[in-house]
Design a protein around this ligand. Structure first.
Ligand code: GRF
Length: 203
């Protein structure tokens, strides 16, 4: 059947990723490293930042990737959706993207936007989650990859990595250890979830 054939063809092709971020781009680098090491069969087709000076854009340019700046004060989600559509992304990967994702994007990429958050969700959504964990006297922290929905750091959880909070930890030390886990977790979750999305044949 036509639809079966479309699903088969889709399942064997390389996953197309668009990565959105506002900051350093260390998760983008980890994704590129995973691709380079053949741990992730994907291609980053576009990197979008809402911050013209984001270091993530330098990471992208050094890797020869297409970039787009969704301009700060005049940020428009409609413009981002247009770019994402043009680049035919299968998955939209949020990596430190400091914008709320609104209906236009959620409707255009239903269940196809992923985010990484530096806490063991549902605990500590929102900003500086590692600091929240320290302030709450937790014995462990971690990171979570989830599908994005209309809430803040909510949506179905795909996977988590746990990090013990050690005596003498401060915010920077803890955040750095959480990020080390992010670099392992995010590429794996993208690979596994991406395989399901391609196998569904809906892309
Ligand atoms: C990550 O720590 C992630 O958990 C959070 O934003 C940070 C992005 O860092 N959502 P980077 O730009 O990938 O270095």
């Amino acid at each position: 059947m036509e639809t079966d054939r479309a699903a088969d063809e889709s399942a064997t092709r390389t996953l197309r990723l668009a990565v959105l971020g506002s900051g350093r781009g260390s998760n983008l680098q980890a994704i590129l490293d995973a691709i380079g090491a053949a741990r992730l069969d994907a291609v980053v087709v576009l990197v979008i930042s809402d911050q013209p000076a984001a270091r993530m854009l330098d990471v992208a340019r050094r890797a020869g990737l297409a970039t787009h700046v969704a301009k700060g004060k005049k940020y428009s989600e409609a413009e981002v959706v247009e770019r994402l559509t043009d680049c035919r992304a299968d998955l939209v990967i949020l990596a430190g993207f400091m914008r709320i994702i609104r209906t236009a994007m959620l409707d255009a990429w239903p269940e196809r936007i992923l985010n990484i958050h530096p806490s063991l969700l549902p605990k500590f959504p929102g900003l500086r989650a590692w600091q929240q964990a320290l302030d709450a006297g937790e014995s462990e922290a971690g990171c979570t990859v989830h599908v994005v929905d209309a809430g803040v750091d909510s949506g179905p959880i795909l996977g988590q990595a746990r990090v013990p909070i050690l005596a003498g930890d401060d915010a920077d030390k803890l955040h750095a250890r959480i990020q080390e886990q992010e670099y392992q977790l995010y590429p794996r979750m993208i690979r596994d979830y991406g395989a399901k999305v391609l196998a569904s044949g809906e892309v």
